[in-house]
Ligand binder design. Structure first.
Ligand code: 4UV
Length: 581
């Protein structure tokens, strides 16, 4: 077995508390967070500047939890709690909101009563959100005024009545008068906090040592290596581990002694934002400046106004920065020390171009997955190698294996396997996906990432991980997951479609876009009109990032293995050769 690990200069991963919820770990100075008196407020609204101190957030968690306990009719918050990690589905709460400063506070309040939160992509339509609510058996929803219509439609479909729908306060600037009117009568998170002040105090959680390892905190959705989106069971301990791994590694090139402000623009529902920007940064005493939506000018204003030092982005946002140099030059962006990008491949060319255009900003890359509670590797500021995803975080073992499962050495590309305490519990109710994805080998539990990677040694002697391709079906559009199986299932419901396969194709703006290869039913004309009809069929029923931006191509037969598995790889190779020609 050939194991790759963190560089020697990264301090070893220390022991971590495994008897407390993630919120307690992030907020309570007893567990190593930065001294609240010397910290910036954890979350600052990038529009209004509103924030709460660490103490205020801890209080809001406690009060809101009392009200949530009443709403979810939980007699005893410790009932059954110490027996199993994820059997109590009556306590799942769906979170469907654009970014706001209370996002993590509400999650922590749900955890405080032994509940589980299920963050959903705010770009989802009602059917997509309803799928997640039903699959996770959610009993209540926290949403926000701009998404209320969609949330209510999904709630109805999932059998959740209006009295279990609550609103998170998003800034007035992102709501219209009509949205505010519709939201009248719905209870807000602040209402629950106020109600909680008058309710009986909660008992402490009775978590034995080790319990946070099996207790689920979040059910996030990911399609993994194949199939439809699945509930990923992330334990409190998985997340605590990843936060410490990030900080332990970050210490090698960041000064955590002076609080600073960082950009929290990426969707809080996504694992990258949830853990890196919104938990690791507040833990070290920095402010996550929470921005609800992306527009270039307000984004630049925000950097200038809050003197942001770290920007966490995805490659499409870097492309915009590279393309709009003249506009960017009008702003004072001198505070920016570092840009971290991840969730999709960053080309060496773009990384070098950014370096040339904005030499004072270091461009680094991270690699992670929902199934690893996020970060696995990132570039240390002391050894930047353009195109690399950086070095491995402490406490993580990686292997690279070929199709036969044989271990590969430096310079040889194969599937990346990971073993660590941040690898999640598994998928919800999906034995087949669990057996395929989480495998026991050589006495360790390995996550099969479905990503093709190669390890190379830098001139400074550090092993860097390069993500060179994706072996799994997944498509990444602006960093968002799109599951080909979901689009294929939907296309097959169209009366003109006999069979189909969906693959990613490159795109200048979003890095990738889905493209459909379609076999038409006999007698259907393979016309441009039919293509447009199928593109509209997807656009009308799926969220924006899932639209067939790569187009539709008609074929005679979908290539399949003898067992009936779609050989998407053949279509991808064909498409690649065609584009190169
Ligand atoms: O499950 P998910 O949507 O998760 C992510 C997480 C991205 C992160 C996490 C921590 C970071 O510090 C950071 O910079 C980025 O995207 O999708 C997981 C899949 O996305 C692809 C890869 O196929 C994963 O299996 N992916 C994620 N990061 C990269 C990437 C990358 N740097 N380069 C290429 N592909």
């Amino acid at each position: 077995m050939i194991i790759y690990e963190a560089p020697k200069w990264v301090a070893k991963l220390p022991a971590r508390p495994d008897h407390i919820p993630i919120g307690e770990f992030i907020l309570n100075p007893a567990y190593g967070r930065a001294d609240p008196a010397k910290s910036n407020p954890p979350f600052v609204c990038g529009i209004t500047g509103k924030s709460y101190s660490v103490t205020e957030i801890a209080e809001r968690v406690e009060y809101a939890a009392r009200a949530i306990r009443r709403i979810l009719k939980i007699d005893d918050i410790n009932k059954g709690g110490a027996q199993t990690g994820f059997s109590e589905w009556e306590k799942v709460v769906g979170i469907f909101s654009i970014n706001c400063i209370d996002y993590l506070t509400v999650c922590y309040a749900v955890h405080r009563v032994n509940g589980i939160t299920s963050p959903a992509n705010a770009a989802y339509n009602a059917a997509e959100f309803a799928y997640q609510l039903k699959d996770s058996k959610a009993k209540a929803i926290f949403t926000c005024a701009p998404l209320l219509d969609t949330a209510l439609e999904a709630a109805k479909e999932a059998g959740i009545s209006k009295e279990y729908v609550f609103l998170l306060p998003v800034p007035g600037e992102v709501t219209t008068a009509e949205m505010r009117k519709q939201a009248e009568g719905f209870r807000t998170f602040d209402d629950l906090v106020d109600e909680g002040r008058r309710l009986q105090a909660l008992p402490d959680l009775q978590w034995e040592n080790g319990f946070a390892r099996k207790k689920v905190a979040f059910v996030s959705y990911s399609s993994g290596t194949s199939g439809l989106p699945k509930g990923v069971l992330i334990s409190h301990f998985n997340m605590v581990t990843n936060v410490i791994q990030i900080i332990q590694y970050g210490k090698s090139f960041r000064d955590y002694s002076k609080p600073t402000n960082i950009l929290a623009l990426l969707p809080q529902s996504h694992i990258y934002a949830l853990v890196v920007m919104n938990q690791s940064e507040p833990y070290v005493g920095n402010s996550a400046v929470v921005v609800p939506k992306f527009e270039l000018v307000p984004f630049l204003d925000c950097i200038q106004r809050f003197k942001l030092s770290f920007l966490f982005l995805v490659p499409p946002l870097m492309i915009l920065m590279a393309k709009n140099k003249a506009l960017l030059d009008k702003y004072d962006l001198s505070s920016v020390q570092l840009i971290m990008t991840g969730a999709a491949p960053l080309t060496e060319e773009l990384s070098l171009e950014m370096d040339k255009l904005y030499p004072w900003m270091k461009v680094v890359q991270g690699y992670g997955m929902t199934e690893s509670s996020t970060v696995v590797t990132f570039t240390s500021g002391i050894d930047i190698w353009h195109g690399s995803s950086g070095c491995i975080l402490p406490g993580i073992k990686c292997r690279i294996v070929n199709l036969e499962g044989e271990d590969l050495g430096e310079g040889e590309a194969g599937e990346l396997l990971i073993s660590a305490d941040n690898i999640v519990i598994g998928y919800l109710n999906n034995k087949k996906a669990n057996d395929e994805t989480f495998v026991m080998e050589h006495g360790h539990r390995w996550l099969r990432t479905g990503d093709e990677a190669v390890v190379k040694k830098s001139s400074k002697g550090n092993q860097h991980v390069f993500i060179v391709d994706r072996l799994k079906e997944l498509i990444k559009v602006s960093g968002f997951q799109v599951a080909p199986a979901e689009l294929e299932g939907h296309l097959l419901n169209h009366p003109k479609v006999a069979d189909c396969a969906v693959i990613p194709v490159p795109n200048d703006k979003t890095v990738e876009m889905p493209k459909a290869f379609v076999v038409l039913n006999p007698g259907v004309s393979p016309s441009e009109e039919t293509k447009q009809e199928l593109i509209k069929w997807v656009a009308d029923h799926k969220s924006k990032h899932k639209r067939l931006g790569g187009g539709v191509e008609f074929i005679d037969i979908v290539p399949k293995s003898p067992s009936g598995k779609i050989l998407r790889r053949l279509l991808r190779d064909k498409e690649r050769d065609r584009r190169r020609a």
